[in-house]
Design a binder for this molecule. Structure first.
Ligand SMILES: Cc1ncc(C[n+]2csc(CCOP(=O)(O)OP(=O)(O)O)c2C)c(N)n1
Length: 368
């Protein structure tokens, strides 16, 4: 099937991470020349910086994902659920051939029929494939064959990113949340840095922006979007890797779920840095209501300006408040230099709506 394909993509999901198949994935991609997208816990199994990796498979990620999903003629799923993230399979071309590899048989064919079902551990399968490719000459000519396709993805990637450039660099006040995400991404640019994302729109903005350089180093609330995981995840990451920098970015609504885990961090002397994108409320819900019923229900979606940073100070940590985009980086520097559990309370623009909220609000219309 790969030999017959013209525009194949690999989508490496959580199964690739759980099978510890990063090395095998890299070899397989390089031998075949097939471009790779990653999703959920699969993010980083091939680093975003690898020339064959086109980052997240989520279509709302600025870059090549939307174009690739819609124009691939062969999709090779390595341990993914064909979920909402792919409009339950509808995002792919109807004619596209699908190969789905999963260790869980009930995942295979969920929401979309497949052309080849392989029930396997991802590492075991990729090992077999790599051996086959090594022993036979089957891979010869494959990278060459897909070169033009990869070049078109590179072009789509550049075009897709250029649309959002102005927002990543926005000088506006209140701060554009995409500028905040870009500042966090730029600051956390060491190979070993760990970023955790929590919140509705906040998580979407960060997911659209984060460069994942290593597997297991970008955590969010996953497919079902269970909010409130941010501080516990950050604490756990810091406990496991005391020498690595850990930065959480979270919505102001979500941070309230497990706020007292700041006390755990302080008690355990975990110098995590929590950046709150404070848009004065439950942004994603507010925006969904605006898009669907024309207005937001204040009582359910408005929180107002809370001094979260002062609460963390009261618990014995460090607190900083940021209102201007140019002050984000100095605040991050000060926070990490302090060696203390720190909360940076950043006032962000309550009116910006993430493509995630847009997509959710329009999902029904798309399906119809
Ligand atoms: C545990 C849990 N409760 C409720 C929701 C529904 N939900 C999705 S987005 C959202 C709003 C999140 O607001 P906030 O954390 O402030 O982030 P923002 O959207 O403003 O960036 C809510 C309540 C959820 N996903 N998980």
């Amino acid at each position: 099937m790969i030999g017959k394909a013209g525009q194949p993509v690999i989508i490496a999901g959580s199964g690739t991470w759980y099978a510890d198949a990063a090395k095998e994935l890299k070899e397989f991609a390089e031998r075949t020349g097939i471009p790779v997208f990653t999703s959920t816990l699969g993010r980083g199994t091939l680093p975003d910086t690898h020339p064959l990796c086109f980052e997240s498979s989520l279509a709302i990620r600025p870059g090549a994902a939307m174009f690739a999903n819609m124009s691939a003629d062969l999709v090779l799923f390595l341990g993914n659920r064909v979920s909402l993230y792919y409009i339950f399979g509808d995002i792919f071309n109807k004619e596209a051939k699908i190969i789905q590899v999963d260790i869980e048989p009930e995942e295979i064919g969920r929401n979309r029929s497949v052309d080849l079902a392989i029930m396997s551990d991802i590492k075991a399968l990729l090992n077999s494939c790599n051996l086959l490719l090594k022993e036979s000459n089957r891979h010869q000519g494959l990278p060459e064959r897909f070169r033009e396709w990869v070049a078109s993805l590179r072009k789509a990637n550049e075009d897709g990113k250029s649309i959002f450039q102005a927002q990543w660099e926005s000088p506006d006040t209140p701060i554009h949340p995409l500028r905040l995400a870009a500042e966090v991404n730029k600051f956390m640019s060491k190979e070993q840095d760990i970023v955790v994302a929590d919140g509705g729109d906040t998580q979407v903005w960060m997911g659209m922006t984060r460069t994942v350089r290593q597997q297991g180093h970008y955590l969010d609330s996953g497919l079902y979007g269970c909010l409130g995981v941010g501080i516990p995840y950050a604490n756990a990451a810091k406990l496991l890797y005391p020498d690595k920098r850990v930065c959480l970015i979270t919505g102001d609504g979500s941070v309230g779920f497990n706020f007292m885990e700041f006390e755990t961090a302080i008690r355990k002397q975990l110098p995590i840095v929590a950046v709150i994108s404070n848009d004065l409320g439950w942004g994603m819900i507010r925006h969904s209501q605006e898009l669907k019923i024309g207005h937001a229900i204040q009582d359910g979606t408005f929180i107002g300006q809370v001094d979260y940073h002062k609460l963390v100070e009261a618990l014995g940590g460090k607190g900083l408040m940021v209102e201007r985009p140019d002050d984000i980086r100095p605040a991050l520097e000060e926070a990490f230099a302090s060696g203390k559990t720190t909360c940076i309370n950043v006032l962000t623009d309550p009116t910006t709506i993430s493509p995630g909220s847009m997509a959710l609000a329009n999902l029904g219309a798309y399906k119809a």
